[in-house]
Design a binder for this molecule. Structure first.
Ligand SMILES: Nc1ncnc2c1ncn2[C@@H]1O[C@H](COP(=O)(O)OP(=O)(O)OP(=O)(O)O)[C@@H](O)[C@H]1O
Ligand SMILES: [Mg+2]
Length: 244
């Protein structure tokens, strides 16, 4: 679904963020990218979406090297998620307006989703009237409405408290199982990365490492107390701190 080969990138005059980075995501996989703040996670996503162009290397989406990557993935950025002057429904309709699809025909479908996301009563609410978790769900729904199979989610739950986060995990795991989407997910929460993912990439100064998460699905949040989970967590920590 996504294939990145030999990627190199640096901002003007800065030291390179990536040098020869390789990363692959298969169709239907849930893959996380973890790494310290400033390691280049958001930059990686901007390269995949085409907001930035690599200095070297190839980025293939669905086997195609497109100059027009923007618009071939659903991208949920780290910040500035919702337009404050638009209500919930109008925010969710944004990708449909961009592709000039007929809005009215999509509204019943969107209303159904809003209701599934626990947002039925908030269709006319503005972002400043929503809780953090609600904003995240609206932004996620908007990403989903792009209709793209590959979704890039940049720390979607980063700003949430642990209780809300846990509910969002349950919700996302259920949804992902049902939708058959391919997800590339940025986080710096180790538990979150393991709980949700098939594989975890660790971005380091020296390059990238990979950990396979061999835990059965469907997964519940109770999994975090089990010994297999703790073993994985320890492995991931060792990778992050470069101890193996
Ligand atoms: N537009 C820019 N111009 C110059 N340098 C930039 C620009 N955007 C990001 N950087 C630098 O690139 C590096 C990687 O930034 P990036 O936002 O990708 O990190 P990140 O891993 O997403 O961090 P965080 O976990 O804090 O979100 C940082 O050192 C940052 O200062
Ligand atoms: Mg970031």
């Amino acid at each position: 679904m996504l294939s990145i080969q030999g990627l190199a990138y640096s901002f003007e005059k800065e030291k390179p963020i990536f040098q020869g980075l390789t990363l692959n995501v298969k169709r239907g996989e849930f893959v996380s990218v973890i790494g310290a703040s400033g390691s280049g996670k958001s930059t990686l996503f901007k390269l995949v979406t085409g907001l930035l162009e690599p200095n070297q290397g190839d980025i293939l989406i669905d086997g195609k090297q497109t100059g027009k990557r923007l618009g071939s993935v659903g991208y949920m950025p780290q910040k500035d998620l919702l337009l404050p002057w638009r209500n919930v429904l109008e925010n969710v309709l944004l990708p449909i307006e961009v592709t000039r699809e007929h809005k009215q025909t999509k509204i019943p479908e969107i209303r159904e989703w809003l209701s599934r996301f626990g947002l039925a009563e908030f269709e006319k609410a503005y972002p400043n009237e929503l809780s953090g978790g609600m904003k995240q769900r609206v932004a996620f729904l908007r990403t989903l409405m792009t209709g793209k199979e590959l979704l890039l989610l940049d720390e979607p739950f980063g700003a949430l408290d642990s209780m809300t986060k846990r509910n969002m995990h349950k919700w996302l795991l259920g949804l992902w199982g049902e939708l058959q989407k391919t997800v590339l997910f940025i986080t710096h929460d180790l538990e979150e990365a393991i709980l949700l993912s098939d594989r975890v990439y660790v971005l380091q100064d020296e390059g990238i490492k990979e950990l396979k998460v061999n835990l059965p699905r469907p997964r519940s949040s109770q999994l975090i107390y089990q010994s297999e989970f703790l073993t994985m967590r320890k492995e991931l920590e060792m990778l992050i701190h470069n101890e193996n």
